[in-house]
Write a protein that binds this ligand. Structure first.
Ligand code: BES
Ligand code: MN
Ligand code: MN
Length: 470
């Protein structure tokens, strides 16, 4: 009864598991920040050392290179491929466990109740940047493997490969290239991804679709150099005003994107999906009040919030660097300004075509006296995964044991670029079994992971891996 033994091991060691996670959370592995390359590598080494310690084999860092930032951050690889054949004599299955050890920047720092890289327990939660996205969830995989090894004298119930990336939050270029060029190294029957959310507390959830994205910058240049706004205001073009005019034409007031052709490839979810979404326990007013906290929700007329965030594309502006942002006032017309603009894509849109449509449209809007440059920073495909396979059944069975409830199937509005490559390049089904909560503050101040979900996640993964092996 090694499942019981593994679950008992996890239960007895859970305090230690949390302490180890805290050590990992103390490493500020912010992948987008060039000054953090050393910390990002330290996080990779931390994960690799633990994979070695628990009994994984062939543990190594795989170097990557990247065009969009100075250095590629390393992948962490490990495997253990000695599982006994199944009862019917068939070869043991191989599960590819995926996670990411990089995190988003922690700003604005003054909004954190405890510092982002000093993990702190409060009210049954662990607060830190990366707590749930994705260090805590990746650590559930490692701890489930440790528990299974401990329960069965250093053996696992199934073959396992582990791949953990350090560039998910910056587009995942390195892992995508690796999967394209060395897919055979990751040969598996199914991928397990724990980097998504539960639909509600206590509700076991499988995520079966993700939006894709294109992340861009629009640079606007006006004058040769910064100018006195009194001497030149009225005659010199202002790049911020120009960007505001462009951005204002990306969406109309009803939330409809105005880029010509942008919706052409948008696929409507199936009737069965739409019906299932209507049955989910979702209270729009509660969502507005507790999760969003704005006076009203916005978005495309005629679609529910779940449709708008899961199955419709959107455009957002993240920041407009440039000009004067110090305290007080400075009367200047900046020579240049930038807008960081991203679009979320849904099946069957493609990043290349959507970017081309967007770029052509933005360029056609170029205000007088301004030179615009539209560049792509990174992109990822939208994806819907199949639910018609034995691995989804193993996942729902595992979570039923742990939560005593039926699993709900949802999509996620976020993006995990590599999932598309698992499906397309490796041609394997992907099970997205995540344990975050809607109020875990991903990418925001006071990110947290509910510790009960960390433990339930470990147990669910123990049972899932055992189930796939049986
Ligand atoms: N874990 C998230 C994605 C996610 C969150 C999926 C919640 C479903 C529900 C991931 O780490 C993430 O934030 N991805 C980025 C990807 C981008 C930078 C390419 C995102 O979605 O912004
Ligand atoms: Mn993530
Ligand atoms: Mn993220």
């Amino acid at each position: 009864m090694s499942i019981v033994a593994a679950v008992e091991f996890a239960e007895k060691n859970k305090a230690r598991f949390v302490e180890e996670l805290k050590a990992l959370l103390r490493i500020p592995s912010i992948s987008t920040d060039p000054e953090r390359v050393g910390d990002v590598r330290r996080a990779a080494e931390f994960v690799a050392a633990e994979l070695t310690r628990i009994g994984m084999e062939n543990v190594r860092l795989i170097e990557t290179t990247s065009a969009s930032h100075a250095n590629g951050h390393p992948l962490v690889y490990a495997d253990w491929l000695h599982a006994a054949p199944k009862a019917d004599g068939a070869a043991a299955a191989t599960v590819l466990c995926y996670g990411h050890y990089d995190v988003q920047p922690a700003e604005p720092l003054d909004e954190w109740k405890s510092p982002p890289f000093e993990p702190t327990e409060r009210d049954g939660n662990i607060y830190a940047r990366g707590a749930v996205d994705d260090k805590g969830q990746m650590w559930m995989h490692v701890k489930a493997l440790e528990s299974l090894f401990a329960a069965d004298g250093g053996r696992l119930p199934v073959n396992v490969r582990v791949i953990v990336e350090g560039e998910e939050e910056v587009g995942g270029e390195g892992i995508a290239a690796f999967v394209r060029e060395h897919g055979d190294v990751l040969k598996a029957d199914v991928a397990l991804v724990s980097d998504t959310e539960m639909f509600a507390a206590d509700l076991p959830t499988l995520c079966v679709g993700l939006r894709g994205m294109i992340y861009t910058e629009i640079e606007a240049r006006g004058a040769r150099t910064d100018l006195h706004s009194g001497m030149y205001g009225g005659a010199a073009p202002n790049p911020f005003v120009a960007l505001a005019q462009v951005i204002a034409k990306l969406k109309d007031v009803d939330g409809k994107i105005l880029i010509p052709g942008f919706y052409d490839k948008v696929a409507t979810p199936t009737d069965a999906e739409l019906k299932a979404w209507k049955a989910l326990p979702f209270d729009e007013e509660h969502y507005r009040e507790t999760e969003v906290g704005s006076v009203a929700l916005t978005g495309e007329a005629g679609y529910s919030v779940l449709e708008r965030t899961w199955a419709r594309p959107t455009v957002d502006v993240h920041g407009m660097p440039g000009g004067f942002i110090g305290a007080g006032a400075k009367t200047v017309i900046p020579a240049k300004a930038v807008a960081k603009v991203s679009m979320r894509l849904v099946p069957d849109m493609t990043p290349a075509e959507s970017f081309a449509q967007y770029k052509a449209y933005v360029e056609s809007l170029t205000p007088k006296g301004i030179v615009l440059e539209v560049r792509m920073i990174h992109s990822g495909d939208p994806i819907v995964v199949s639910t018609d396979n034995p691995y989804v059944k193993a996942a729902t069975d595992a979570m039923h044991e742990v939560f005593g409830k039926e699993t709900v199937f949802v999509r996620g509005g976020g993006s995990i670029p590599i999932v598309g490559d698992f499906v397309r390049e490796l041609k394997i089904p992907t099970v997205m079994m995540g344990f975050g909560l809607p109020d875990d503050n991903l990418h925001a101040p006071n990110e947290k992971f509910h510790l009960a979900n960390f433990y339930r996640g470990i147990e669910s993964i123990v049972r899932f891996l055992s189930g796939v092996g049986a």
